[in-house]
Design a protein around this ligand. Structure first.
Ligand code: ATP
Ligand code: MG
Length: 307
């Protein structure tokens, strides 16, 4: 049943060993003390864990091989593991390694102490311009790094954005990402965040992530994604028309709206580049160069205390 996964994991390990001399440590469950559950994913759970020797705290993502086999996702998972472990950036969640036993695959992940941005957004309704700009700048830098390595994430949404102890944004979940130099054709991701060329299943490239930055920037500031609708069909229609409107709220500046409007552009070649996002007056004025934001931290701590 799980021979394919075992085979691919073994090949992975062998490749990694060959690439990283001296040979890479072979982890097992005995190396970790397991703590409280941190969350539930589609195919398993994530636990807080501590590596016994170093006492280093990590998040251990447990995935059941049976589920992966059932949905024929072994290639996707393998790709996720290979891509994420090859990336090293302060705003990309690290994948330190992986191992497996008879039934499960374990991913050793960097622990994101403050959890999902999604939770912060749902609790507080919307974020301040300073918070939103700081997160958008962090994301832009992380995406520039990924694009440089020919990785397109394609599934950036608040649930996949985590915060570390200092409130620094970390992109997680590389399940839908691709590593490629060519234009892609496959359909993936959650509809609300999809660029028109992906909704239409046309060839797409790095600019899909730039579109998503526009969607996220809107959602951070208004609390809802811009093309939200009653049905998937209507969301689809709104994305295709780029049916964008800004509710009359006093807390969002004209500069923020300008940035959003220059990212949510149907023609992908006309979207603002990552470089230009970093130079945009709204980012320059509001983003914290530390990648962390103290009012955001206070708010987060309050939320964590309430749970
Ligand atoms: P889905 O595809 O539905 O998003 P998934 O299988 O990809 O699920 P994850 O999103 O990786 O699972 O993990 C589920 C939840 O566990 C996350 O939403 C988050 O709340 C928590 N979690 C995951 N990884 C970490 C981490 N490294 N540190 C802290 N919490 C985490
Ligand atoms: Mg997820």
């Amino acid at each position: 049943m799980d021979s394919q996964i075992q085979e691919s994991s073994r090949t992975n390990e062998q490749n990694q060993q060959r690439e990283q001399q001296p040979s890479r440590k072979q982890w097992s469950l005995h190396d970790f003390d397991i703590g409280r559950p941190l969350g539930k994913g589609k195919f398993g759970r994530v636990y807080l864990a501590r590596e016994k020797k170093s006492k280093y705290i990590v998040a251990l993502k447990v995935i059941f091989k049976e589920q992966i086999e059932k949905y024929r996702l072994h290639h996707q998972l393998r790709r996720e593991m290979e891509i994420q472990s090859s990336l090293s950036h302060p705003n990309v969640l690290r994948l330190f390694g992986w191992f497996h036993d008879g039934e499960r695959i374990f991913l050793i992940l960097e622990y994101a102490h403050r959890g999902e941005i999604y939770r912060l957004l749902r609790k507080s309704g919307y974020l301040s311009e300073k918070q939103a700009a700081t997160y958008i700048a962090s994301l832009t830098q992380a995406l520039a790094y990924c694009h440089d390595k020919h990785v397109i994430h394609r599934d950036i949404k608040p649930e996949n954005l985590l915060l570390d102890f200092e409130g620094r944004l970390k992109i997680a979940d590389f399940g839908w990402s691709v590593q490629s130099r060519s234009k892609r054709h496959t359909m993936c991701g959650t509809l609300d965040y999809l660029a028109p060329e992906m909704v239409e299943n046309k060839a797409h490239d790095y600019a899909v992530d730039n579109w998503t930055l526009g969607v996220l920037c809107y959602e951070f500031l208004y609390g809802v994604p811009p093309f939200e609708a009653e049905s998937q069909k209507d969301t689809f229609r709104r994305i295709m028309k780029v049916d964008l409107s800004f509710p009359p709220t006093p807390h969002v500046s004209a500069e923020a709206k300008n940035l959003i409007s220059r990212l949510l552009v149907k023609d992908s070649s006309k979207r603002l580049s990552l470089q230009k996002i970093m130079e945009h007056p709204w980012i320059v004025k509001n983003a914290s160069s530390m990648g962390t934001c103290s009012p955001a931290l206070k708010q987060l701590d309050k939320i964590l205390m309430e749970l």
